[in-house]
Design a protein. Structure first.
Length: 99
């Protein structure tokens, strides 16, 4: 079963690198995740098309405003986000989707 995952950060730049690393890790783990990165401003355009939203840790102050009842919203951890560790991000995503 495929999942649509959206990553957001302030401008979309750092989440773009993270999304690329997560796509590689998901493929290696044989997970069918479609992972895209966008800026926070573009969230409204994609909110109805996603199964989960991963938010950059630097947006923690806006996290409560971003939360949604329709979609699982996950605040990414600084330890893997800061080094763009796609494998750890995928592991966090999988764990959060089970909850």
């Amino acid at each position: 079963m495929s999942k649509n995952i959206l990553l957001i950060c302030g401008s979309g730049a750092s989440s773009g690198f993270m999304a690329a690393n997560m796509r590689k890790a998901a493929k290696k783990a044989e997970l069918y995740y479609k992972i895209q990165a966008r800026s926070e401003a573009e969230l409204g355009e994609y909110a109805d098309e996603i199964d989960a939203l991963m938010v950059g840790p630097h947006l923690k102050a806006e996290f409560d405003a971003i939360k949604s009842e329709k979609v699982k919203v996950i605040l990414m951890k600084p330890d893997y986000y800061s080094i763009l560790d796609g494998k750890s991000a995928i592991e966090d995503l999988k764990a959060q989707l089970k909850n």
